[in-house]
Write a protein that binds this ligand. Structure first.
Ligand SMILES: CC(C)(COP(=O)(O)OP(=O)(O)OC[C@H]1O[C@@H](n2cnc3c(N)ncnc32)[C@H](O)[C@@H]1OP(=O)(O)O)[C@@H](O)C(=O)NCCC(=O)NCCS
Length: 158
């Protein structure tokens, strides 16, 4: 414990946010950057990135992650252990990918998407902003913004 919120302005340090919930990460990012702090980008040495992968500020890339060529990750994207992101994927700001998720080539995850553990997003699918994909789901078609989908194939929770 270093101090209360006011000490952020005094600290000569960068920050990352280890909370998986996208909306919370966005709120804390806005708070910290509003105090003049700069985000750090953390990438585990046992992760691999192919050519021309772009990582936004504050991204967290955990152990065993593989990101294929030409994928673009936005601000404070959290890629948890052993997730795979295929080529040409676009991962929006504050998205969270839980362990062992598979995002196939050309997928678009809009901002603040949350993927549960082991979820699979098939090639070219667009997952709308603030959508939640349940653990173990296989997403075969586009997901509406804010929807919660589960199962194989994934369907909205009713
Ligand atoms: C999808 C999820 C967000 C739904 O949570 P919720 O809104 O609290 O929903 P509930 O637990 O009330 O479940 C609603 C229904 O969906 C079913 N369900 C929930 N999660 C499911 C899943 N992953 N796959 C299949 N069905 C699921 C429930 O059995 C329930 O069905 P019922 O109404 O027939 O009983 C959550 O279950 C989930 O999968 N979260 C991912 C967690 C995760 O992977 N975290 C990463 C940790 S590292």
């Amino acid at each position: 414990m270093i101090g209360d919120d006011d000490c952020l302005a005094e600290l000569d340090a960068n920050y990352t946010i280890g909370i998986a919930k996208p909306s919370v990460r966005q709120r804390l990012d806005q708070f910290a950057s509003g105090h003049g702090a700069e985000p750090a980008l953390l990438r585990h040495p046992n992760s691999s990135l192919e050519s021309r992968v772009s990582l936004g500020p504050g991204c967290l890339i955990m152990a065993g992650v593989r990101i294929q060529a030409d994928s673009v990750l936005g601000r404070h994207v959290f890629v948890n252990a052993n997730a795979v992101i295929g080529h040409d994927a676009v991962i929006g700001d504050y998205a969270s990918l839980s362990p062992l998720t598979t995002v196939c080539g050309g997928v678009v995850l809009e901002p603040r998407t949350f993927l549960g553990a082991g979820a699979v997003i098939l090639p070219g699918v667009v997952v709308g902003a603030d959508a939640v994909v349940g653990a173990g789901a296989v997403v075969t078609q586009d997901v509406a913004p804010g929807a919660v989908v589960v199962g194989v194939p994934a369907r909205p929770v009713t």
